[in-house]
Design a protein around this ligand. Structure first.
Ligand SMILES: [Zn+2]
Length: 239
């Protein structure tokens, strides 16, 4: 029985490691350290998309302004053609046409100004787009590298967990089902410690002195004995 209890003590150490590994893995899987970088990539991507949308609409505007300007130009040219054809005899009508031509030219000049401003804006934004796209690319590369590193770390912890688990299974095969089941129950109740070594007549689980009878029984190790105070299994390695 002594052997089983000492094995149980080893199992308990592995269980402690497994608890740590599992909580470490759970935290790792949340990948909180990647969240900041992911957000940076996301906002860089939004900036690039925002600029692209703005460029699309500016290009549309400029094309529209150019078309409208061509329409106005055709109008006043036609009107001038009529004026200089000699067909219009009335001085008043000619004067009105001249005024209209001047008005159309002015309107066309305004459209051309707006188209020009649009083109300047397009040029400026195109440069910024290239800059932001480069920034996005480098952030994406950084994120990919960090994700890869993170994946490797998760795999590494999973491997260790599997290895410790299989060591635990091998040890558990040497301990009776009944003791293992009780061990699990006590461990749950007693903060992860279900087996305590007896040292100098004390339970190391709760530091309480054990009775002489119990000390003798645990020393002989013929059965399973529990601390009278904390209820943990007691094991004994020899003084
Ligand atoms: Zn105790």
């Amino acid at each position: 029985m002594r052997e089983q209890l000492l094995t149980l003590l080893e199992i308990q150490e592995l269980d402690r490691q497994l608890d740590d590994l599992r909580s470490g893995l759970a935290e790792l899987e949340e990948a909180r350290e990647l969240a900041g970088l992911r957000e940076e990539v996301e906002s860089a991507r939004e900036r690039v998309n925002g600029i692209r949308n703005r460029l699309e609409s500016l290009n549309k505007d400029v094309r529209w302004l150019e078309r409208e300007s061509d329409v106005l130009c055709a109008k006043w040219q036609e009107m001038e053609g009529t004026m200089y054809s000699g067909k219009v005899k009335s001085a008043k009508e000619l004067e009105q046409m001249q005024e209209k031509v001047a008005e159309l030219k002015k309107e066309q000049a305004q459209l051309e100004d707006r188209a020009l401003n649009g083109m300047e804006e397009i040029e400026r934004l195109t440069e910024r787009q290239a800059e932001e796209a480069r920034r996005l690319q480098s952030l994406e590369a950084r994120l990919a590298a960090a994700e890869e590193e993170h994946r490797q770390e998760v795999d590494r912890v999973r491997d260790i967990l599997a290895e410790v688990s299989s060591r635990r299974s091998a040890l558990a095969a040497a301990v009776s089902e009944r003791i293992l089941a009780e061990y699990d129950r006590i461990r749950e109740r007693r903060g992860g410690v279900a087996v305590a070594e007896m040292k100098d007549g004390l339970c190391t689980g709760c530091s309480v002195s054990l009775s002489h009878l119990l000390i003798e029984q645990v020393r002989r190790g013929e059965g399973t004995y529990k601390c009278e105070s904390c209820g943990r299994f007691l094991c004994y390695r020899g003084e």
